[in-house]
Design a binder for this molecule. Sequence first.
Ligand code: KIV
Length: 256
Amino acid sequence: MVGRVSPPKITPEMIRSWKGQRRICALTAYDYPTAKLLDEAGVPLLLVGDSLGTVVLGHPDTTFVTMADMEHHVRAAARARPMALLAADLPHLSYRSPEEAVANARRLVAAGAEAVKAEGGRAISAQVRAILAAGIPYLGHLGMLPQHVREEGAYRIKGRTEAERLGLLADADELAAAGAFAIVLELVTPPVAQEITAHVPIPTIGIGSGPLCDGQILVTNDLVGTFPWFTPRHVKPRLNAFAQMRAVIEEWLHSA
Ligand code: KIV
């Protein structure tokens, strides 16, 4: 009898090597069943994002997320033992110095993360280089940085001015030179996202940054409609799971 061939474990090096070869799709997972479902569906990169703070924990933005929150949810997602690469966000104020960044990246790895992500480019280059020197794979995040929403006052699209365009290119250069295996580009104008994608040797994974990145990432709850109270403009939910679940629950309530 011929057994099923299980897919290979996805590594950061594999994702890096997919630039120009295949699209890189990624979704968020904050718990065991979601990580298992996405992995079984073949999503190669799962992110325990700090979007957890809004779509699961009910905070107004991601700045409320703590290391303890992240560890708890990384442990849950890691119990799915995904073949996908499991990355996790360093939350707000958890990487103010290289030492703090490494200590907290190690905590996420101990919880089961196989790579970490933080927000920023040249401004956190010492932290990024320290994390990589500690042997922890690193995923960059440039463009609109949700952890800065309170200083900036809003979620603003980036890359609209020449200074922002040049800054993003320099940040992307720095992350690639430091050794990041890919860069998330969030709410970057599509032409600038396209330019960064052509410019850097590592994959770009866009969210709200147009179709011309090397791949796309979404918050799973936005894609399947389990957080209907706010849907970002760049997402067209493929399912209204919230409405369907509510209908089933109401039906049960009236029949039980
Ligand atoms: O926290 C998160 O889910 C993210 C993605 C939106 C990229 O950083």
